[in-house]
Design a protein around this ligand. Structure first.
Ligand code: FAD
Length: 551
């Protein structure tokens, strides 16, 4: 039996929760949000430092691996993705960053009308409740809390000071559009708890009669009627069900699974679809291509004083103290998350007019992000290139929607990316060797003093480089004349009616920073496109056949 709603949104992640709220807000339209994962009840989702606990939990995390990457010593790299209400915003590192003004201006220059920084800024302001207070670039009325880190950890202070001593200016607000500087990140937390999009957008909308939320409901394909998307087939509780969309289907399953669903539904590169016997609805070369991600290089140092989270987490008393601080005061290290210190600067100043690398500095260390902490006092300098040139792809491996697609990032496959990686690691070392940081560092644990030449540093990057979790671009926005564009500037799939993609997939180029807030901005904009298109259709119907509208 199939049921009908106005809008079916697939995926309750950063984007999907925004859409569910905004599309159901005026009460005129019925909306169903389908999420493959369970409700966001696990306590570790809501404790900011719980990141380590959700990183490898298969109930809340898809736990993907890339294909062997030929540029990374054929390693299969772990790619966590959120699988619960809130999606990745329920398991992410909480960093609140918009990127640079030039990122969005570039989207506009690529032919995407309406996406310049000036045009995106009102939506960045709309979505946030920023504790730095109102300002020309800041908002204080939005659902998503941007909270400043109030504590001043000796190590983070030293990290920022050492950056300043290397010519990077100290800044308080990293989100004005010009992010060059060193300072503290703001976090998507509120009263010491995670502020995911499920918390910020979905919870206030849950009781609306016109919003239905289905969890543990995995979409298996888009139902097509000719060139029109008319519904979604999904599996829930072992049963295959169909939900019809009277107006639109919106894919918000993220940059890995939205292209997978398109391909499974016959929208994608014809040769790939034919390989699996899928009838081609629309041959679109760009579906799954143009994959971009930030690759992080994590330098680990041993610290001369027992002031790191490693020290607190090593003893029962330390853990108990942290637990009590959070339980009774919603404070302490558990309320802050993993990374506190930020630097945006230029590793290759001759070649880049704006910051080309970003640092995440954490007062703890582990072999893997989110893994077991080391048994020494340690800290981590993670450095990543902001605008990589390397491009990969996402391609189905079979017609089974429950089989993960092939994911190939092709990290470090261009000369610029390799040179930026090496320069980034060298700059991290420079910070560690500058006072006041220098006096606090006992030894470089990784890569270690044996790694000296550029070739050795590059080898270290290939051997230990890891995702910083920002896959994007696999259904990129662009004009119909661009053979690799999948959606137009209103995020409608080219040549298909009733279908949009609204998530990380649509970014034409990766923004210079973390991706959660940019995607929320994209979803805020998309909600307006969808609602205003619905109004235009109603106005047109009223003009051409008033009796149809009245009926
Ligand atoms: C470990 C980690 C740390 C990160 N740290 C940060 C950070 O500190 N700051 C930051 O800005 N960004 C961070 N990011 C990145 C950021 O959170 C993501 O880029 C962003 O949340 C992606 O949003 P999205 O809407 O595109 O997809 P997602 O949030 O991934 O949402 C997709 C949703 O769709 C669901 N889904 C998938 N397939 C189906 C299907 N077939 N049927 C139904 N549902 C489906 C998924 O379960 C998921 O809930 C991090 C990401 C990770 C994984």
């Amino acid at each position: 039996m199939s049921e009908t709603v106005d809008y079916v949104v697939v995926g309750a992640g950063s984007a999907g929760c925004v859409l569910a709220n905004r599309l159901s807000e005026n009460g005129k339209y019925s909306v169903c949000l389908l999420e493959a994962g369970p409700a966001d009840k696990n306590i570790w989702i809501h404790i900011p430092i719980g990141y380590g606990k959700t990183m490898f939990n298969p109930k809340l995390n898809w736990g993907f691996h890339t294909d062997p990457d030929p540029h990374m010593l054929n390693r299969k790299i772990y790619w966590p993705r959120g699988k619960t209400l809130g999606g990745c915003s329920s398991i992410n590192g909480l960093i609140y960053v918009r990127g640079q003004k030039q990122d969005y201006d570039r989207w506009g220059e690529l032919g995407n009308k309406g996406w310049s920084w000036e045009e995106c800024l009102p939506y960045f302001r709309k979505l946030e409740n920023n504790d730095l207070g109102p300002g020309p670039t800041r908002g204080t009325e939005g659902p998503l809390h941007a909270t400043s880190i109030k504590t001043r950890h000796e190590l983070v202070e030293a990290f920022i000071e050492s950056a300043v001593n290397n010519g990077v200016p100290r800044v308080t607000d990293l989100n004005t559009g010009d992010q060059e500087g060193a300072g503290y990140y703001q976090l998507t937390t509120h009263h010491g708890k995670r502020c995911s999009t499920a918390v910020a957008y979905l919870n206030p909308a849950r009781s609306r009669a016109n919003l239905r939320i289905e969890t543990e409901a995995q979409a298996t394909r888009i139902v097509m009627q000719g060139n029109r998307a008319v519904g979604v087939e999904y599996k829930q509780g072992g049963k295959l069900k169909t939900l019809r969309a009277a107006r639109e289907v919106v894919l918000s399953a993220g940059a890995l699974q939205s292209p997978q669903l398109l391909q499974l539904s016959g929208i994608g590169p014809a040769a790939l679809l034919r390989q699996f016997g899928i009838a081609v609805v629309k041959d679109m070369q760009g579906v799954g291509e143009n994959l971009q991600d930030h690759l992080q290089h994590r330098l680990i140092y041993e610290v001369s004083k027992p002031i790191t989270n490693n020290d607190q987490l090593r003893t029962v008393w330390g853990k108990a103290k942290m637990g009590m601080q959070w339980l009774f005061l919603r404070g302490g290290p558990l309320a802050i998350g993993i990374n506190q210190g930020a630097i945006f600067c230029r590793a290759l100043p001759q070649e880049s007019a704006t910051p080309d690398i970003q640092f995440h500095f954490g007062t703890l260390s582990a072999d893997l992000a989110g893994g077991q902490v080391h048994d020494f006092s340690g800290c981590t300098y993670s450095v990543c290139q902001l605008r990589p040139e390397s491009r990969g792809y996402v391609r189905i491996k079979s017609t089974d929607p429950f089989e993960a697609p092939s994911m190939q990032p092709n990290y470090l496959s261009t000369d610029l990316d390799r040179r930026t990686a090496v320069a980034g690691v060298k700059f991290a070392r420079k910070i560690a060797q500058t006072e006041p940081m220098r006096s606090l560092m006992t030894r470089e644990f990784r890569p270690g003093q044996d790694v000296r030449t550029d070739d050795e540093i590059l080898h270290f990057c290939r051997e230990f480089g890891a995702t910083i979790f920002h896959p994007t671009g696999t259904a990129r926005m662009g004009q119909a004349t661009d053979p690799y564009a999948v959606v137009d500037e209103r995020l409608r799939v080219h040549g298909i009616d009733g279908l949009r993609v609204v998530d990380a997939s649509v970014m034409p180029t990766l923004v210079s920073g973390n991706t959660n807030v940019p995607i929320i901005m994209v979803a805020e904009r998309a909600s307006e496109f969808i609602l205003s298109d619905a109004e235009s259709i109603a106005a047109e119907t009223l003009r051409t056949s008033p009796s149809r509208l009245a009926a």
